[in-house]
Write a protein that binds this ligand. Structure first.
Ligand code: R5P
Length: 317
């Protein structure tokens, strides 16, 4: 007898197991049984302990710190699935690392976002699902479909519930983030201001000036990534200097490297709202200024729609 129903399965890498479990729970599925480990020399090993022949498999893995290990794990998971005859393989990458090197800013540098896209495609992925890509054009680095999901509706719901009746303004911390910030400003129906940030060296940022009036406003900064915290803390200081009353910060991907958490604790930020695209459970334990919103329901819904061949973009209308 011929069986033409394609079974959907969820396989997780080890970078963010709690998010994967949460997504699987929403989909009423169990994670595929795997054995993922590192050998003594650091090489990664992936073994799939169940039959996935002919299945449609979604591999969830954020390429967060340690970025190289997590990326390699993702590639090996995809390779193992391809060699085990999965029907199609969707790489679900909540945080797509290496995205910030998406063009040559100075001569003789690599474009890591393009290289990583090639690696994932060549490993055998047939589709990508990710969240708030650093720049939309990275979708074009792939020759397979890319579903770039947005956290704007999640953040807008939080603001409408928790920050209502405030004199709000949305602020982009740099010119590159204007489109993202305008999206949220439009959704919650408030004005937009822009910080003209100039980066003097990679990893260091300096705020130049603010375009727009933030006096007596409760500011909402929106960004895709908080890494060292420099961009956000400088932006908050600049807004307070310009007469802002308070500053709330919404960031999708909380990389939070080095001294970032201490900087946030000491800063004038009222609240930093992040998502769980990166697992920060240990790092942010007892940091009352930081609150996490889960993207699991959004990701689960997108996976369901992809599986059923229904519209993903209509999630954001
Ligand atoms: C830059 O273009 C990004 O959107 C972020 O603003 C930046 O990566 C944040 O980095 P950091 O926290 O180290 O300033």
């Amino acid at each position: 007898m011929y069986k033409d129903d394609v079974l959907m399965k969820i396989l997780s890498g080890t970078s963010n197991l709690s998010l994967s479990r949460n997504i699987a729970r929403q989909l009423k599925l169990k994670l595929v049984n795997t054995n993922i480990k590192s050998f003594a020399d650091g090489e990664v090993y992936v073994e799939i302990n169940e039959n996935i022949r002919g299945n449609s498999v979604f591999v969830i893995q954020s390429t967060s710190t340690p970025a190289n290990d997590n990326l390699m794990e993702l590639l090996l998971c995809i390779d193992a699935l391809r060699r085990s005859s999965a029907k199609n393989i969707t790489a679900v990458i909540p945080y797509f690392g290496y995205a910030r090197q998406d063009r040559k800013v100075v001569p003789r540098t690599s474009i890591s976002a393009k290289l990583v896209s090639n690696l994932i495609t060549n490993a055998g992925a047939s589709r990508i699902v990710t969240v708030d890509l650093h720049s939309g054009q990275i979708q074009g680095f792939f020759d397979i479909p890319v579903d770039n999901l947005f956290t704007t509706p999640l953040f807008a719901r939080y603001i409408k519930k928790n920050l209502k009746n405030k004199n709000l303004i949305c602020v982009s911390p740099d010119v590159g983030g204007v489109q993202r910030t305008r999206g949220l400003a439009t959704k919650i129906n408030v004005d937009l201001a822009i910080i003209d940030k100039r980066r003097l060296q990679p990893g260091k940022s300096q705020v130049m000036r603010i375009i727009g009036n933030v006096q007596n406003k409760e500011c909402i900064i929106v960004d895709d990534i908080i890494d060292s915290g420099g961009t956000i803390v400088n932006a908050v200081d600049a807004l307070i200097r310009e007469g802002a009353k308070s500053v709330y910060v919404f960031v999708t991907h909380a990389v939070l490297s080095g001294e970032a958490i201490n900087k946030i604790k000491k800063s004038k930020i009222n609240k930093l709202i992040i998502t769980d695209s990166i697992d920060n459970t240990k790092k942010i334990k007892n940091v009352s200024k930081i609150q996490v919103l889960s993207i699991a329901p959004l990701m689960a819904e997108a996976i369901k729609r992809i599986s059923n061949s229904t519209s993903v973009s209509s999630l954001f209308n």
